[in-house]
Design a protein around this ligand. Sequence first.
Ligand code: AMP
Length: 279
Amino acid sequence: MIIFYKTEEIETFILDLKSKHKTIGFVPTMGALHEGHVSLVKESKLVCDFTIVSVFVNPTQFNNIADFEKYPINSESDIKILQEIACDVLFLPTKEEIYTANYVFPKIDLGLLDQVLEGKHRPGHFKGVIQVVYRLFEIIRPTKAFFGLKDFQQLAVIKKMTDFFDFNIAIIPCKTIRENDGLAMSSRNMRLSQTQRIEALFIFESLILAKNLAPKLSPIECKKIIEDRYLESSLKLEYFEIINPESFEILITNWCENAVACAVAYVGDVRLIDNMVLN
Ligand code: AMP
């Protein structure tokens, strides 16, 4: 695996790949890699000639400085994991390599996407996500880019951005990888104590409960029952919403096809996100 730290060097390398008409698969990450990330890399390796992973903890997408400071960093283990699965290239830039002094931030109106769920609860988060992914797309110019369905709304934001700026990149959604008991894998899980790890399972259980309730109740009734259950738990619910997966409208009385339940809850000070298709 080749590791690049400098934008200019990886750009030269990519020019060479392009001149040889190689297809490039790209997996942007913030590191502290786990099986969820690995599944994206494997998917890319299946369908592309070359797979590039970036590891960059992007400061501009953290609306909470404490969350940024506590974000796990594990470069040595990341390199080992990527070598084991024969990833071709790792891009490990510094902040200065990504945000050059004359960098002009892309502007796009996300509409409702920026007003509900993560957009509402993490002001400025998607602006930061767009900045970094736009910049990485400019540098890597991949054929396909792979994103996890675990960050369901982020995937929609990336798709919208790719269309809006006419990037000729196929955005490939990849299914959520879970621990054996159902907890969605996340870099943040590393910060959970043993007890919190058990408590965190409640998020998955609440989504399963919503799935079971869905045929009998309206979305708002379903939401109400789940919210009450959180009040009895040790978790602090930030939001539980059932949405239309296309428009991101919050469902109240009527269901739509493939309605998605989206949950964010704190286990101690660790913020965890998950979602599930209900019908
Ligand atoms: P992150 O490093 O958390 O920014 O995630 C990088 C990419 O991996 C994003 O596209 C995430 O949606 C994806 N990802 C994170 N966790 C999982 C998971 N458990 N299953 C599948 N994809 C994931």
